[in-house]
Structures are given as C-alpha cells and as structure tokens.
Design a protein around this ligand. Structure first.
Ligand code: AMP
Length: 484
C-alpha cells in the first residue's frame, strides 16, 4: 500500500515525501482511514511502530478546515511524559509544515506564562501532560469545550504513572460529541474499562510489536562490586565500540553523581532525570541526538519512549528493580531492526532481579567476570583481519560526527556538531560541575574531550600527562615510572 491510498491530501503527501517515508507502516495503513472517517479507535501499538504519525497525519487533515479560537483548542493529545508530549509536537511540526495549524505544548517545568500567551492566540492542537493541563484549567486559562478530537496516547503508561484519575477529570470537561482515539501497547483491565467509558463504538486495530529488542540486542551482564562500579563501567566503555549510549541508574542522585564523574574523566556525558527543569532536559536530549553528548546518564522516567535512532549501547549501571524496565531500557538501542548492545552491571545482591530479567527476555544471560567482559569487548572491537579500527580508540578521545538523525551535513553539519558540543559543554558544566572550586582546579590550558580536544581533563595542576596513553594521572594513580 502507498500513502496516496490512505485519503491524505497533497500537502501531507508532500511533507511525507520530504521526510523520505516510502510506504505507510502497518498501524498507519490500518488507522489512518478509520480516523479520517471520524470513528473512535483503539490502537494497540507501541512506540517504534509509527503510531504517532498514524494519528497526527489524519488529525492534520481533519483540522485543516476550520479556525482556532482564543483559549479554545480544537483537539487535544494527552501523553504521559514531557518527552513523549514533545515528540508528538515534533510530529505535528514535521507533517504539518504545509498547513497553517497552530499548536501548544503544555508540559510541566516550562513557563506557564509563555504557554498562556500561546493559548490566548488560539490553538488547533493542544499537546499536554495531564498535570499541567489540569493546572491551567483550574486557573481558568483554558476551555476544553471546543475539543472535537481527543487522543489518549500510551494509555497503559498513564495507568502505571497514576494518571487515570486526572484523565477522567479532563475527559469530563470535554464535550461528549467528539472523536476519541486511545493508543496503548497493552490492554490491562483498567484501560479496557476506561475505553468502554470514553469511546463510542470504537474500531480496534492492533499491530505486532516491532522486532523485539530482546532479539536485536546483544545482552551482556558483568559482575561488579558496588564500590568499584564506576571504574568498571569506565573500563567497559573503553573496551566497546561506542557511538553513543544511554546509561541507566535506579536513583536520581546516582544519575547526577555518575554523570559528573564521567565528565570529570573526560567523557561527553550529561544527566537527565525527572527533577531537572524541562528546558535542561530538552537541551540535553537535543545534544545527545546531535552527537554533542555521547553518554546520556538517566533515570527510567526520563528515558521512557524516547525515540533516538542509531543508539549503539545501553549500560545499566544498576540492575532495574522491575524486569519490564529492563526491556524498556534495552529497547533504546537495537531499534528499527538495527543491532545494539546492552551491558548490565550485576552485584551479588542482584540475583533475584537478574532471574526476573532472564524470565522476561527468555534469554539465559550469563553474568561474566569483569576481566572476561573487558577482554571480549576488546576482541570484538577489532575487525576480522585483526587490524585495529576506530573502536580501538577510547570513546572519549574520538572526534564525533553528528548523528545521522540530525540534519547535519557539509558545512552546516560541522556547525551543528560544534554547536552541539558547545551545548554539551554548557550542559555538563551547568549540571555536572556546579562547584566553582572544582572548576578552578582544572588547568586552564587543557580542555576536556567534551570540547573535542585530544587531552582528557586535568584535575590537579600536578597531574602528569602520559603521551603514550593520552591520559593524565592524578597523585594517587600516577605510575611509578612517571612520578617526578
Ligand atoms: P513512533 O512509533 O511514532 O514512535 O515512530 C517510530 C519511528 O518511525 C519515528 O522515528 C518515525 O519518524 C518513524 N516513522 C513513522 N512513520 C514511518 C514510515 N511510514 N516509514 C518510515 N519511518 C516511519
């Protein structure tokens, strides 16, 4: 089937062509004609199937006629997290580039004043997380009486995150004569009853999940002692051929401290968790997408559903407490049929969690010893002829090319990459090095590889630089042969 068979107008077809999609995904094939008929619909599909376009494309088509009125949006998309809401908003921008539609993104952590100004002008599409939307509603800044299309995205995650009462309140304020679309990866009883309550005679379409990350990802586990986990992570990073990676921690405070530690050791790392201001989260994610940040250290909540293409690795600094989170974490790599690799650091207290992961993935993942893990990483990083390739160069010393997903090419690409690096530097300096004294300790004539220079960060003025290993050694680690 072709996009031209789905009933979309020429402007949308042109936008799709510009993006380069050649054919609709199964969920798009099934959902778009139903939505264009103004039917209610339940879409059983998860991220990675193209489900966002399956509702944004027909919504743009339907909203193309008609005009927005001040503070009375015409359609509403509810998403569980700020990042997912932002992704939906990006989709509207991408596909709606030939339509003069206006939209507002209402998420926590961003200025309410700015959001109110946009609402005053009138918006066609409102994309919101439930909490911020209710806040604005309670302050009398928004009326939902003109909503004609309601989308509840990732309903099962909304349930996990405790948003169902908020959703019920929001829906009670929307006119009953509307079109409602509900998307969910799974259909637990609570979501089933929600859909019976809010949808009228819905059509259900379901698509198989995309190739399970459990199949496309190389799962590895390595035993680790709690006190030496950071060093061990660093060794793993150095033994692997990394393009970019998510590094997951179970606790927010560990996200901050690990990110800072990695920066201090010369890596282009940045932290992302739910307590950070939204503007910083957005900036960090963009820097990661653009290649300025290579290691994104994050909590589960910050990474939910994020669609970053071509991520080569996932490191679980902590074994996730919930085996489903493991599947979710490793699904950040190995997307769209590409291969990816996931390393999990396992301590002796993690036996039960590891058993749960083995059960959920159906894979008997062996916990390797630290030495075996590093050695196997190094061996795999060489090409079959045994010659060293770029993988032999530690990731922190490599000059990074911008990721393919960014629009960077030629001179513009270089500018984008350098601005991404500058952003990464700003982010890491702002987020991970709040202490001016620690900053001052850095030597002014050496810059960290965050700046894309060769030498890693020098911590103390008496650190010794070893040309052979391209490393600074601090007082306590400097090898005897280098001591002054
Ligand atoms: P989603 O499931 O909405 O998170 O989309 C997953 C990825 O698929 C996104 O990066 C989209 O840009 C991409 N995508 C959506 N529709 C298509 C299509 N028809 N052909 C190729 N890629 C697509």
């Amino acid at each position: 089937m072709d996009f031209t068979d789905l009933g979309l107008g020429p402007e949308l077809l042109k936008a799709i062509e510009d993006i380069g999609y050649t054919s609709p995904t199964p969920i798009q094939e099934k959902a778009i004609p139903i939505i264009l008929m103004a039917r209610d619909m339940i879409g059983l599909a998860q991220t990675g199937t193209g489900k966002t376009a399956s509702f944004t494309l027909p919504m743009i088509e339907m909203l193309a006629s008609g005009r927005a009125r001040s503070r009375m949006p015409r359609s509403l998309v509810l998403a569980p997290t700020r990042e997912l809401a932002a992704q939906v908003a990006e989709n509207f921008d991408k596909y709606g580039k030939y339509h003069p539609l206006s939209k507002a993104l209402l998420v926590g952590g961003e200025s309410m004043g700015d959001q109110i100004k946009i609402l005053e002008k009138g918006v066609d599409v409102l994309i919101a997380t439930p909490g911020r939307l209710l806040d604005l509603f309670d302050r009398g800044q928004i009326l939902l009486t003109d909503i004609r299309i309601l989308v509840i995205d990732e309903a099962d995650r909304m349930l996990d995150m405790g948003f169902i009462p908020d959703i019920e309140t929001i829906v009670s304020k929307i006119p009953a004569t509307r079109q409602t679309l509900l998307f969910s990866a799974t259909m637990p009883d609570e979501i089933k009853s929600l859909s019976e309550k809010f949808l009228s005679n819905p059509k259900t379409v379901s698509v198989a999940p995309p190739a399970s990350p459990a199949q496309t990802v190389d799962h590895r586990m390595v035993s680790a002692a709690p006190r030496t986990k950071k060093t061990q992570l660093k060794k793993l990073i150095e033994s692997e051929d990394i393009k970019n990676a998510f590094v997951f921690c179970n606790r927010k405070r560990d996200v901050d401290s690990l990110s800072k530690w990695l920066c201090d050791h010369g890596y282009r790392a940045a932290a992302m968790h739910g307590d950070m201001p939204q503007a910083r989260r957005t900036e960090t994610l963009q820097a990661f997408k653009d290649g300025g940040v290579i290691l994104l250290v994050c909590s589960d909540i910050a990474a939910r559903g994020l669609d970053v293409s071509g991520v080569s690795h996932v490191f679980n600094f902590d074994v996730p407490l919930n085996a489903d989170d493991y599947v979710h974490r490793i699904g950040r790599t190995g997307r769209a049929g590409q291969s990816g690799k996931a390393w999990t650091l396992v301590t002796e207290d993690d036996d039960k969690l590891v058993a749960a992961i083995r059960k959920v993935t159906g894979k008997d993942i062996v916990v390797e010893s630290a030495m075996a893990a590093e050695a196997s990483g190094r061996t795999r990083a060489r090409n079959p002829a045994g010659e060293s390739n770029e993988a032999d160069v530690p990731v922190k010393q490599r000059a990074r090319a911008p990721s393919k997903s960014s629009s960077s090419s030629g001179a513009h690409g270089k500018a984008a990459a350098s601005s991404a690096r500058a952003t990464a530097q700003a982010i890491t300096q702002g987020a991970a090095q709040p202490d001016a004294a620690s900053h001052a300790r850095r030597s002014s004539n050496t810059t960290s590889p965050i700046n894309n220079n060769k030498k890693p960060a020098r911590h103390y003025t008496d650190d010794v630089f070893d040309e052979n290993t391209d490393n600074y050694f601090t007082d306590d680690t400097v090898p005897a042969f280098l001591r002054k």
